[in-house]
Design a binder for this molecule. Structure first.
Ligand code: AMP
Length: 282
């Protein structure tokens, strides 16, 4: 496994691979890797000749009062996990390497980046879309892999690629969970044992909501009310948002007559957790 810190070095290495007709799979991450990230890597390796993982905690997707400085980091451990997983190249740029000058060009999606999590984290999806566009231009991957856990992010990236004709195939990968259902996240390490237990309510409420929909409940407001009651009854969990939206464009849904996705955002202890579950009407 080779590690590259600069855009030029990664470009040169991947340029050689591309010239010999090899396909490139890119997995963008912010590091502190867990089994969810490694599932994206596994998929990328299965589909492509060369697998590249980027590790970059991107400052432009964090708000001023968010956890950029306390976001968990462990480069040595991440590199060992990726080497073991059979990754060919790791891209680990410093902030100055990605942003040598203040950007005058950014990408924002309207309304897709401003709704749902975009209302809680203004500017977040513009930061995400812009850094992913930069990574696509640097690595020029054949395919890029994103988790369904960050469902709005996946939708934003798919739409950006469609709108701006990026020559890359976007692959969405189902959420990898802990045994008790909690969606794996780098931020889970900051949950106390009590928080960790309380956090289970999110995946449980999502499963129950999806099961109700599959059993024939078509009224989104009714499903949301039952899920809300379940979550707010859990001590230590502060519900921030709960939505049932169209699985394709994240548009509002009142009658559940097409595939939808249930999205939840909640604060558990010091951590903002998100989770999702897709559901289909009976
Ligand atoms: P992050 O390092 O949190 O930015 O995540 C990097 C990529 O891994 C994103 O595409 C995430 O959606 C994906 N990811 C994070 N957690 C999971 C998970 N539990 N299951 C599947 N993919 C995940």
């Amino acid at each position: 496994m080779k590690r590259y810190d600069t855009i030029d070095a990664l470009r040169a290495a991947l340029g050689r691979a591309r010239q010999t007709g090899r396909t490139i799979g890119l997995v963008p991450t912010m590091g502190f890797l867990h089994a969810g990230h490694l599932e994206l890597v596994r998929r990328a390796r299965a589909d492509n000749d060369v697998t590249v993982v980027s590790i970059f905690v991107n400052p432009t997707q964090f708000g001023p009062s968010e956890d950029f400085s306390t976001y968990p980091r462990d480069m040595e451990r991440d590199l060992a996990l990726l080497a073991e997983a059979g990754v060919d190249a790791v891209f680990t740029p410093a902030v100055e390497a990605m942003y040598p000058q203040p950007l005058q060009t950014t990408i924002s999606l309207k309304p897709l980046g401003d709704i749902l999590i975009g209302t809680v984290r203004p500017g977040h999806f513009s930061g995400v879309a812009t850094v992913v566009a930069k990574l696509f231009n640097v690595a020029q991957p054949t395919r890029a892999y994103f988790g369904e856990k960050d469902f709005q992010q996946l939708t934003v990236i798919r739409r950006m690629v469609d709108d701006l004709n990026f020559p890359v195939e976007i692959v969405g990968v189902p959420t990898v969970r802990e045994e008790d259902g909690l969606a794996m996240s780098s931020r889970n390490v900051r949950l106390s044992p009590d928080d960790r237990k309380a956090a289970q309510v999110l995946s449980r409420a999502l499963s129950e909501g999806a099961a109700t929909i599959a059993a024939g409940e078509g009224d989104a407001a009714g499903v949301l009310a039952a899920m809300t009651a379940r979550i707010v009854a859990e001590k230590g969990v502060t519900l921030r948002s709960l939505d049932i939206v169209d699985a394709r464009d994240l548009g509002t849904v009142d009658r559940i007559d097409r595939p939808v996705v249930l999205l939840v955002t909640a604060e558990v202890g010091p951590v903002l957790l998100i989770d999702q579950r897709e559901a289909r009407p009976a």
